[in-house]
Design a protein around this ligand. Structure first.
Ligand code: 0RA
Length: 654
């Protein structure tokens, strides 16, 4: 959809006197996916982003200070802003229609209208509000400008194959006179149930995006109101510090290396650059990039330019200040970015979005522009903040030492594994099949549970790796320490595909990696540590959907002679209520170790009867803010996130 828009704007220049091709809305109704991506939940929310982006454009042009998004009681969505208001006068080429009606009923007619055309506009979502109209059963428009309040409505008419949508229900009408100073646009829309799989807006999805928009647009006030019964929620997002507040927010759950947050904003030819940074004591690199308000999770030219400048500025400063001696080798980019938390936001008039998910900025001009600006501003910041500079350079020097030590440790591990019997750790009970597609690896908490699991498994396709206690928290350890850890070495060589930047998914020995830990607090902690390890060191494996968590039951009971497993306390209460006369007796499993091989087979190992949950990263890759929460030090928050993203796949009703 981004490319559609880019092509159109490249070939056609729209202004009030020269709108030659105006397309009706039929194509949108016929192929919604072309315009909004999908007709699932993602596409539904796209409608909201589309309307909000128009208001944000108005804010970026300097005419709007507040936007309110309301989910109404009846499930419709209202977006209201105090911008200039969509023009209400007759359109020069279509004197019988108001400009507003043209904007809502024709494709690609929004945005660059009149002499108030915007320098930069929406990008990925910039398909125009007419698309929202085309996919709604009804849309109400309310405009305040030029001393009047104006209204008109649109609706989808007809049925079956002959639905026409976005049809004006009468002309734009002035309904009252108001002070000339009062201006703004309010759009209320009812997503068409005949288009979307479901029409339920998710307040969390909307709020996460609104908060990011508020961070990226310093000073803008964004209100959110959910008025649906049982879902009531009110939020206000507004940040005087813009990106500086964004970095503060991202680092909130971490320990910062220094208090101050560096930043700069600058205009360049054809755009704007906004960057803020701080370092924390973690080993994670957090670079969050945006182009025209869209999260570029695949990075791109702006991120490249920033990284290049950062590395060379740090090396230059480290040499100049004597923190790096003549005999020392240069710092690598990854050394400098260890523990960094930076937000890079650019705005440009014709963004090119590339990559698998169209979230990679392709404009090469942005690489040199960001590189040059960062070289100037960041280097100056280093010079002006010597104590901050010293602590981050020292951290980078530490990272470079760890990197060199890690390289040695990796070589050692590699050599050692080629000597061992096939390179496999002694405690792995491997399966006999060598076809990764049918093989499963169970990572089991504790040796005794490992023993029962061995008895319970199918030795042809199921392997068992018992782990001793809690594995190392990779979030708090440098790579060389991670690599020297015996439990992690056993994991890495069992899986067989390497670690970190060496990871090669083609070498995976099992298509399913299943974490099997007790259903108690300790078990939860072990699960979190393991999942964190996979996220950090084998992300590709998670992205490919190969990571699972088994859900062992807390209890078992018997109803009419049949053994029943009970997942948790809630399910136990449910069973008691539904069988008031049965006087049920429950056996409580204090852990996997208390289950016999048969019980373990039925609840965790046998594919027909076990409960398995896949760890899914899809949601996470959409929103960096969510990822940052995952990566935070707060294990509880991390678990909540992982659980909310877990997809239940086997033997669990969704
Ligand atoms: C076209 C031209 C002008 C403003 C807008 C559209 C506009 C659209 C939306 C959509 C939501 N809120 C909006 N606010 C403004 C410029 C009008 C002028 O020059 O006064």
């Amino acid at each position: 959809m981004a490319s559609t828009k880019t092509q159109k704007t490249n070939n056609t220049s729209y202004d009030a006197s020269n709108i030659t091709v105006l397309e009706g809305l039929d194509p949108v109704r016929k192929r919604p996916g072309m315009y909004i991506g999908s007709t699932g939940s993602q596409g539904l929310h796209h409608l909201v982003w589309e309307v909000v982006d128009n208001s944000i454009d108005e804010a970026m042009a300097g005419h709007c200070t507040r936007i309110d998004i309301t989910i109404n009681k009846d499930g419709s969505c209202r977006v209201s802003d105090n911008g200039r208001g969509i023009p209400v006068d007759p359109h020069p080429q279509y004197p019988k229609k108001s400009a507003a009606e043209i904007v809502l009923t024709t494709l690609h007619a929004g945005g660059k209208f009149g002499d108030g055309g915007y320098k930069v506009s929406g990008g990925l979502h910039g398909v125009g509000i007419s698309v929202v109209n085309a996919l709604s059963s009804r849309l109400d428009l309310h405009i305040e400008r030029d001393g009047g309040a104006y209204e008109m409505s649109f609706a989808a008419l007809g049925s079956g194959k002959s639905i026409r949508s976005g049809v004006a229900q009468g002309k734009l009408k002035k309904i009252s006179s108001i002070p000339k100073t009062r201006t703004g646009t309010t759009i209320t829309f009812w997503p068409d149930e005949r288009v979307f799989d479901e029409v339920n807006f998710k307040s969390q999805t909307i709020c996460e995006r609104l908060q990011i928009m508020a961070f990226l647009n310093k000073g803008l006030v964004i209100g959110f109101h959910d008025e649906r019964k049982g879902h009531e929620r009110e939020e206000t997002y507004s940040y005087k510090g813009g990106l500086v507040d964004f970095v503060k927010h991202l680092n909130a759950s971490k320990t910062a290396l220094f208090n101050s947050i560096g930043s700069f904003s600058t205009q360049v030819e054809d755009g704007e650059i906004d960057i803020a940074w701080q370092w924390n004591n973690s080993y994670h690199e957090g670079l969050y990039s945006f182009a025209n308000g869209i999260s570029t999770t695949e990075g791109g030219m702006h991120a490249e330019g920033f990284k290049r400048a950062l590395t060379s500025a740090c090396n230059k400063y480290a040499r100049q200040s004597g923190l790096l001696k003549e005999k020392d080798s240069n710092l690598f980019g990854e050394d400098v970015r260890e523990g960094m938390c930076a937000v890079v936001s650019v705005r440009l008039s014709e963004p090119q979005f590339e990559g698998q998910t169209k979230t990679k900025l392709g404009n090469t001009a942005m690489r040199s522009a960001v590189e040059k600006a960062t070289s100037d501003f960041f280097f100056t910041w280093l010079e002006q903040n010597p104590s901050e500079a010293k602590s981050l350079i020292n951290k980078a020097v530490g990272a470079s030492k760890a990197r060199k030590a890690a390289k040695q440790a990796k070589e050692l591990t590699r050599r050692k594994s080629s000597l061992d019997s096939g390179g496999l750790p002694g405690k792995l009970a491997d399966c006999s099949s060598k076809k990764a597609d049918e093989c499963e690896l169970f990572i089991v908490e504790g040796n005794s549970a490992g023993g029962s699991a061995k008895d319970a498994r199918n030795p042809k396709t199921q392997a068992i790796l018992p782990l001793r206690g809690k594995i190392l928290n990779v979030e708090r350890a440098p790579l060389d320490k991670i690599l020297k850890n015996a439990e992690i070495q056993a994991l890495v060589s069992s899986i067989g595909a390497g670690i970190g930047s060496d990871f090669d998914i083609e070498k995976l020995r099992y298509k399913k990696i299943i974490i099997l830990a007790d259903a108690d607090v300790d078990g939860g902690h072990i699960r979190t540590l393991l999942i964190t390890f996979f996220f950090r060191q084998m992300l590709e494996l998670v992205e490919a959907g190969c990571l699972y968590v088994a859900q062992p039951p807390l209890y078992s009971t018997e109803i009419k002679g049949e053994k029943i497993y009970v997942a948790d306390e809630a399910q136990r209460q449910d069973l008691i209520q539904k069988n008031p006369r049965a006087n049920l007796r429950f056996v409580r499993f204090k852990g996997l170790g208390e289950m016999d091989a048969k019980e373990l087979r039925e609840t965790a190992v046998n594919a027909q009867t076990r409960r398995l949950v896949r760890i899914d990263i899809d949601q996470a890759s959409i929103c960096d803010d969510v990822l940052s929460r995952l990566m935070g030090d707060d294990a509880g928050a991390r678990r909540a996130f992982i659980e909310s993203n877990a997809k239940e796949v086997e033997n669990i009703d969704i």
